[in-house]
Design a protein around this ligand. Structure first.
Ligand SMILES: NC(=O)c1ccc[n+]([C@@H]2O[C@H](COP(=O)([O-])OP(=O)(O)OC[C@H]3O[C@@H](n4cnc5c(N)ncnc54)[C@H](O)[C@@H]3O)[C@@H](O)[C@H]2O)c1
Length: 422
């Protein structure tokens, strides 16, 4: 039985990972928790029957003790990963580390180095690698069905309400407190692109983007700074009535209030950050960003990251010498076009439509696959996993370089960028 300590009992730590351990495996157990929020900490203590000596208010208190369990889920905010992971690795814990590894490029490099130095097992939560959808894309590419890849177009469609919740009102609204959008939201996408290209390093990157819409000058006339007092609450696209009252008991309301009742939600929205007008927040992260990426193997990628989409999904088009693949992860649909094998007037490609298997669990089943992989790795059932700090470093470096490009208005050579960090 794998004994796990949870550090950071928020949405990821408590609602996803600890819940998985409780409900979906007999091979692991949460035996300790570190969380400053009393309500969340007590929810974990009661659900997992945690002994008083293994309940801590902070990661510092948890890690002051000698090693007392096998592994740690480290799911604190982006700016609170580096210090705890450094101590946890020194103490010999195996670790599931939430992405981004850190919100500072230098610290990401150090985490990758330290994991190898201490020889502990560390996985980074790049859940997309575990989804049947992206696994099928990789299998198709590796099968050579579309030949050599020439270009990829990738879109991360954040979804307007998701953006408003997480990146205007929520914890990732301000890059000074958390991370730039491309790191926080898209290190997954940059990781998947690198994975699909068999780990080919990135050569150079250029990005353009800005915060265009969610700012004071775009507030509708007559709007208030807090939504529950606003006369436009029923007509506003970003009304908390639609986003939160319709979702009591599930995301994103789980984040907007600790207690899942209408009364508790109203009480929370009266005071907390999720009851603020989207045009009057202290947000600074971009709501649109376009990147052009050249990989060492010659493949070019255009990557579109945008708040202004109806659906929350990823769409991809992979263009190869022998065919084309188009995919939409929300529709769980992949189309493969094989050039020269069709029947049409221009001998268009023969189309095969694939529906990848459906895995239960968040992120298109990726959360489930990640959990199983981590438990198997820690129990010694396998020697390797799909993610590691060294592998994740590639996507993180690309994200930091993209942000630098966007801010400084120049193309960033990745080797030069890496050298500047050492
Ligand atoms: N893998 C993914 O797809 C994915 C998705 C969303 C978020 N994330 C990442 O997961 C991490 C957590 O995100 P979240 O949505 O759960 O955030 P969250 O705010 O819900 O949870 C973080 C928790 O850490 C706790 N905390 C703060 N200070 C602490 C301390 N000193 N000691 C112990 N705990 C402390 C907070 O009280 C909070 O409960 C972030 O880095 C985020 O970027 C990953």
């Amino acid at each position: 039985m794998l004994k796990i300590g949870l550090i950071g009992a928020g949405n990821r730590g408590k609602d996803i990972y600890a819940n998985f351990i409780l409900n979906s495996t007999d091979e692991a157990q949460i035996i300790a928790v570190a969380e400053p929020n009393k309500i969340k900490r007590e929810q974990v203590i009661s659900a997992h029957n945690i002994k008083p000596e293994f309940s801590f208010s902070t990661w510092e208190d948890f890690l002051k003790k000698d090693k007392f369990c096998d592994a740690i889920f480290l799911a604190t905010g982006d700016d609170l990963h580096f210090e705890p992971i450094t101590i946890a690795m020194e103490k010999g814990y195996d670790i599931l580390l939430e992405k981004p590894m850190s919100n500072k490029a230098e610290e990401c490099v150090k985490i990758a180095d330290m994991a190898e130095f201490y020889g502990v097992k560390v996985m980074v939560c790049h859940v997309l690698r575990y989804t049947p959808f992206f696994s099928k894309l990789k299998e198709l590419i590796d099968s050579d069905i579309i030949g050599d890849i020439i270009d990829i177009q990738h879109n991360e469609n954040i979804g307007n309400f998701h953006f408003a919740h997480s990146f205007v009102r929520g914890n990732w609204r301000n890059s000074n407190e958390s991370s730039p959008l491309i790191l926080q939201k898209s290190c997954h996408d940059l990781d998947i692109l690198s994975w699909l290209l068999n780990g080919s390093p990135c050569k150079q990157i250029a990005s353009f983007g800005s915060l265009k819409h969610f700012k004071k000058e775009n507030a509708p006339e007559g709007s208030s700074t807090r939504c529950l007092q606003c006369s436009l609450i029923d007509s506003c696209i970003y009304s908390p009535k639609k986003i939160y009252y319709n979702n009591i008991g599930s995301w994103p309301t789980l984040i907007a209030t600790e207690i899942q009742t209408k009364e508790a939600l109203t009480n929370s929205l009266e005071h907390n950050q999720y009851g603020r007008c989207v045009y009057h927040c202290d947000n600074n992260v971009v709501d649109n960003m376009v990147s052009i990426i050249e990989f060492e193997n010659g493949v070019n990628v255009t990557f579109n990251l945008c708040a202004f989409t109806d659906e929350v999904c990823r769409t991809i088009k992979i263009m190869g010498t022998k065919g084309e693949i188009r995919g939409n992860d929300l529709k769980n649909n992949i189309e493969v076009y094989e050039f020269g094998k069709g029947q049409g007037r221009f001998d268009n490609g023969a189309i095969t439509t694939i529906t990848p298997e459906v895995l239960i669990g968040g992120h298109g089943g990726g959360d489930t696959g990640l959990m199983n992989d981590f438990i198997d790795l820690c129990l010694g059932k396998k020697n390797d996993s799909k993610t590691s700090p060294r592998t994740s470093l590639e996507s993180h470096i690309m994200a930091f370089a993209a942000e630098k490009s966007r801010i400084e208005g120049k193309v960033i050579n990745i080797n030069d960028f890496i050298n500047s960090l050492r």
